[in-house]
Write a protein that binds this ligand. Structure first.
Ligand SMILES: *[C@@H]1O[C@H](CO)[C@@H](O)[C@H](O)[C@H]1NC(C)=O
Ligand SMILES: *[C@@H]1O[C@H](CO)[C@@H](O)[C@H](O)[C@H]1NC(C)=O
Ligand SMILES: *[C@@H]1O[C@H](CO)[C@@H](O)[C@H](O)[C@H]1NC(C)=O
Length: 303
């Protein structure tokens, strides 16, 4: 549940929006209707109001909440109504009938863009808005907590706790409407779902979402230099070793063939050279019985 709350479910209890409760979810995430957890009236229902005014049953409370026909593939019987894999058609108004009580819940399903920012780098959240009118407040929230706010009429700003002195918009926002937010020095704890919108007449407009991940920090230039000093010498070293190996093998081979041919002409046939090279023995005289191992093995080992 904690994971669900943090990751997916963004709950805004704001009666000023006029619909009771507003839930935000990012498309594809599960969405939980928290009010259903409090309702314990057998026979309670959750209905989705469709455009045109008709409504569709979502779930019904028996001993637990059970999905209606159209939701069985996305909802498991549970203490509360949780729709797995929310989609854009889930958007809209829901009615919870709990005994004699009626509650209205508004669900926003928002498509988000994903972003991965290396730790320590700056993140940019693109946002453009008609600012010439100078009305409303531009707000950025992370997991429902304030990150940044700009009053479009006075130009005054405030920053959320943990984001002090790290957020800014370009100074010319008033003339070009570019409200792209820059967050400096991204930290691992900055990861999460960012919502950007303009609050005007108690309504959120131009709502946009960005799911930000924080990837490991890029190496500092010094670290990268150090890597270049310590790592690259290895391949040349290996090449050199291999070169020496091949040279030694060639020398041994010739020496072996020479000694062999001189001292044991009968035993040493054409296969002698192969044995000398593979065995790596110092001279042909002390070699163990020859094998059929072909010479190229040494070279293959290198190639
Ligand atoms: C049941 O509901 C809880 C939240 O109340 C949620 O965390 C959990 O994933 C749900 N389980 C299933 C099977 O849907
Ligand atoms: C919904 O998600 C929960 C939690 O991941 C899972 O346990 C449950 O089986 C899912 N239910 C359906 C019907 O997909
Ligand atoms: C932000 O900057 C102001 C002015 O430079 C400074 O007084 C304040 O301590 C800073 N706050 C944080 C959280 O760094």
């Amino acid at each position: 549940m904690a994971a669900l709350t943090l990751r997916a479910l963004l709950l805004i209890v704001n009666l000023t929006f006029g619909v009771g409760l507003t839930l935000d979810t990012i498309s594809g995430d599960p969405v939980q209707f928290p009010e259903t957890e409090q309702c314990r009236e057998r026979g309670a229902t959750l209905q989705h109001t469709l455009t045109g005014g008709s409504s569709q049953a979502v779930a019904r409370l028996e001993d637990v909440w059970k999905p209606a026909a159209g939701y069985k593939d996305r909802m498991s019987p549970n203490e509360s109504v949780v729709l797995n894999r929310s989609n854009i058609n889930d958007q809209g108004l829901y009615g919870l009938t709990c005994g004699s009580e009626e509650k209205r819940i508004h669900l926003n399903v928002i498509t988000s863009s994903e972003r991965s920012v290396p730790e320590g780098q700056a993140a940019g959240f693109t946002f453009h808005y008609f600012t010439a009118g100078g009305l409303g407040r531009y707000r950025v929230e992370r997991n429902t907590q304030l990150v940044f706010e700009l009053d479009l009429s006075s130009g005054s700003t405030s920053q959320g706790s943990g984001f002090e002195n790290r957020t800014s918009v370009a100074p010319h926002w008033r003339s070009d409407g570019d409200l792209t937010l820059t967050l400096q020095g991204v930290k691992p704890e900055d990861r999460g779902d960012y919502f950007l919108y303009v609050l005007k007449d108690r309504k959120r407009g131009h709502l946009q979402a960005v799911r930000m991940r924080v990837s490991p920090a890029l190496n500092t230039p010094e670290e990268r230099n150090r890597e270049q000093i310590t790592c690259p010498p290895q391949p040349p070293c290996k090449e050199k070793t291999a070169l020496i190996c091949v040279s030694v093998a060639a020398v041994l081979l010739i020496a072996g063939a020479f000694f062999c041919g001189q001292k044991m002409p009968r035993i040493c046939g054409s296969k002698v050279s192969g044995g000398a090279a593979a065995g790596g023995a110092p001279t042909g005289l002390e070699m163990p019985p020859y094998t059929d191992t072909p010479v190229p093995v040494v070279v293959n080992g290198h190639a």
